[in-house]
Design a protein around this ligand. Structure first.
Ligand code: PLP
Length: 400
C-alpha cells in the first residue's frame, strides 16, 4: 500500500492530478493502461474464493478493471462522493442510474429542460415500462412543489440546462423530493464538479458525460455515476454488472489523463465565455444573451449561490432568426460548427435544427429555444481571437 497523499483534505487540483492513482510494482509515473478483458487466478480455489466474495481480485472487465477503477476513485474524490462507477457514455450513466433504481408503477418528476436523450428516456422509454413521468419547468419552485406533493421515486434535473442555461434550485428541490420519497439525480455536465457540487446541496446521485469537459479534447466517450457506497453497490452495481454499459479501459485512461488539466481548462474557458457573453450583449444583431453571471440573467443570484463561475457555455439569439443564425455560424472562421461541447476547440450549434430537432416545436418554444438561438461552447483559444472571430461574423450579417 502506498502512503496516503495527505492527512488533510486535498484541493481539487491535487485530486485531479493524483486522486485514485494506483501504481503497480513497475513504479510507473503515469497511470497504467490495463487493456485486458479478463484476469487469471493462482488456482481453482482462488477463483472459487473470488466468486464467493471471500477474496478480492478482478474478475472480468465488465465488472471492474484497474484503469477504470483509478478513474472512478479520482472522480469520487473530486466530487466528495463515497463511490463512483464509470460508464461507456454519459447516456449509459443516466439510463443506468434511472433504470437500476426504478420499477413498474414508480413515478418520476423531471425538469423539462433536459439534454435531448435524457428527455427521450423520461418522455418515451420509461412509460413503456409502466413508469409514470411528469415534466415541470425547472426554474419554477411552485411547479416542483405541486408535482412533488404526491409521492415520487426519482427526480431528474439538469442545472444549468442545455441549451438555455436554466438554473434549478438544488437545495429547495432536493428537500421537496426527499419529502416525496424520491432520490435526486443531477446531470452536472454543464457545471462540472469544479463549479458545482450537487451532493452538498442535498442531491443523492450525480451523473456526468465524461465525453465533455473531463476528456475535453474531443477524443473519447465516457460517463460516470456517483453516489453513496450503499446505493452504488446495492442499486446501481447489480444493474451495470449484468447489463454491461462498461467503459473501455482505453477510454478510461484517456479521460484520466484529461482530468489532470480540468482545473486549468475549465476556469480559462469560463473567463473567455464571460467576456464573449458581455461583448454579445453590446451587439445590435443579438437580441438575447444567456450567461449565468450577466446582470441581465434572471436566475443570476441563484446561479451564484450554487456555482463558483458561470460555466463554459453561452447561449444567445440572433435577431434575424434562423437565416441570421446560419449566416453567422457559417461566417465564423475559428469556431467550428459542431453539436459537441466542453471541448478545447470552440464549437457552435443551432439547437432548433440539431440537438433539439426532435423536440416538438411548442415544447421548444416553452424551453425558450427560438429559430435564432445558437449555443456556443467556448474553448481554449486566445479570448481575443475568439472575440474578433465572433465580431467579424456579426459584422458579416450587416454586410448583407
Ligand atoms: C452530452 C450530454 C449527455 C450525454 O452524454 P454522452 O456522453 O453523449 O452519452 C447527457 N447530458 C448532458 C447535459 C450532456 O451534455
Amino acid at each position: 500500500m502506498a502512503k496516503p497523499l495527505s492527512d488533510k483534505p486535498l484541493r481539487p487540483a491535487t485530486l485531479l492530478v493524483r486522486g485514485g492513482t494506483a501504481r503497480t510494482n513497475i513504479d510507473e509515473t503515469s497511470e497504467a493502461l490495463f487493456l485486458t478483458s479478463g484476469y487469471v487466478y493462482d488456482s481453482a480455489q482462488q477463483a472459487e474464493n473470488v466468486f464467493l466474495g471471500t477474496e478480492q481480485h478482478f474478475q472480468y472487465s465488465r465488472f471492474g478493471n484497474p484503469t477504470v477503477q483509478m478513474l472512478e476513485d479520482r472522480l469520487a474524490a473530486l466530487e466528495g462522493a463515497e463511490a463512483c462507477r464509470a460508464t461507456a457514455t454519459g447516456m449509459a450513466a443516466v439510463s443506468s442510474a434511472m433504470l437500476s433504481h426504478l420499477k413498474a408503477g414508480d413515478r418520476v418528476v423531471a425538469s423539462r429542460a433536459l439534454f435531448g436523450s435524457c428527455h427521450w428516456i423520461v418522455s418515451t422509454l420509461l412509460p413503456r415500462y409502466g413508469i409514470r413521468t411528469e415534466f415541470v419547468d425547472g426554474g419554477d419552485l411552485d411547479a416542483w412543489e405541486k408535482a412533488l406533493s404526491t409521492p415520487a421515486d426519482l427526480v431528474l434535473l439538469e442545472t444549468p440546462s442545455n441549451p438555455m442555461l436554466e438554473i434549478v434550485d438544488l437545495r429547495a428541490v432536493s428537500e421537496l423530493a426527499h419529502r416525496a420519497g424520491a432520490v435526486v439525480v443531477v446531470d452536472n455536465v454543464f457545471a462540472t464538479p469544479l463549479l458545482q457540487r450537487p451532493l452538498e446541496f442535498g442531491a443523492d446521485v450525480v451523473v456526468y458525460s465524461a465525453t465533455k469537459h473531463f476528456d475535453g479534447q474531443g477524443r473519447v466517450l465516457g460517463g460516470a455515476v456517483l453516489g453513496t457506497k450503499k446505493w452504488i453497490e446495492e442499486v446501481l452495481q447489480p444493474f451495470t454488472r449484468n447489463t454491461g454499459p462498461s467503459i473501455s479501459p482505453f477510454n478510461a485512461w484517456v479521460i484520466l489523463k484529461g482530468l489532470e488539466t480540468l482545473h486549468l481548462r475549465v476556469p480559462a474557458m469560463c473567463r473567455s465565455a464571460e467576456a464573449i457573453a458581455e461583448m454579445l450583449e453590446t451587439r445590435p444583431e443579438v437580441s438575447r444573451v444567456a450567461y449565468p453571471t450577466l446582470r441581465s440573467f434572471p436566475a443570476r443570484e441563484l446561479a451564484m449561490r450554487q456555482m463558483s463561475a458561470g460555466g463554459t457555455m453561452v447561449t444567445f439569439d440572433l435577431a434575424g432568426g434562423k437565416e441570421a443564425a446560419f449566416r453567422f455560424m457559417d461566417a465564423l472562421r475559428i469556431v467550428d460548427v459542431s453539436n459537441n461541447l466542453g471541448d478545447s476547440k470552440s464549437l457552435i450549434t443551432h439547437p432548433a435544427t440539431t440537438t433539439h430537432m426532435r423536440v416538438a416545436e411548442e415544447e421548444r418554444a416553452r424551453l425558450g429555444i427560438t429559430a435564432g438561438t445558437v449555443r456556443f461552447s467556448v474553448g481554449l483559444e486566445d479570448v481575443d481571437d475568439l472575440l474578433e472571430d465572433v465580431a467579424q461574423a456579426l459584422d458579416a450579417l450587416r454586410a448583407g
